[in-house]
Design a protein around this ligand. Sequence first.
Ligand SMILES: [Zn+2]
Length: 319
Amino acid sequence: MPIDRMSLLVLRVRPPYRRELGTPTSGIHATARSGLGSTTTVRPPLASGDVPEGHTIHRIARDHGKLLGDRPVSVSSPQGRFADDAARIDGQVLESIEAYGKHLFYHWSTGEIGHVHLGLFGKYRVTKGSTPDPVGALRMRLVARDDVGEPVTIDLRGPTACTLDPPDVRDDIVARLGPDPLRRDGRPEPFVKKVRRSKRGIGDLLMDQSVIAGIGNVYRAEVLFVHGIHPERSGMSIDEAELFAMWTTVQTMLRAGVKSNRIVTVDRTELSLPKGARIPRREATYAYKRGECLRCDTSIRTIEIQNRTAYYCPACQER
Ligand SMILES: [Zn+2]
């Protein structure tokens, strides 16, 4: 693709709009507290059935860090599977929560590091006010007191990983990951280098966490659409400048996702919506899970790549 068209496309990926920015913080749609000891259940950060992508993980780290960070946290595992680990850090201070791609690392004052990967089914639930009775397969429960002494409970169910390890385990996991565009230390060069060396399809490479960390199915479809690249084009066929531009595009998309706590990749000016109206979910993407392409109305096609469905527009993304 010529460079001028490319940069134009990149420019079209703007951060979301005022309205979006004003939407719920952290999935914390907390309704007003109705009285002392009342319980406010907070909606999990992901409203849809989609697998969490990097923006969700970074948002969790930020929001949960504010609720639990720098204070003693009681840690338990009502289900029992994390009970021995929980006992070692129960009552310790949580120094920080770090996000890297789709991984969360809990840095405890004991020097040990909790590792959580939500996988396909993992979910957090935040409850402000009195702590609810544990229900179901509750792997990890974190309870802290907020600044006025009210309890905040964060429950984790169904994660792929939930362990407590020495720091070198965290370092080993991170060493296997590609750069994360949402981190300050995330640099595009290793991503560009790996893609340029590979005969694999770009749609496959973008989901490979050792190539770039944090991208899932939605951002994959959308970044490829914005750059007019067919998901089956080989990594080595894409030129360097375009790969750097793709990094910037996906970084902009992910940052917008962290801010608004939802995925909106389309430019509002491409939709005919009343001013200030919230972009409905089905209109929030160009190609992902759409019937027709937002730009040209061609039917969106799908292909299976590593058992995940990739969406693309055959007209806008020629091979
Ligand atoms: Zn199209």
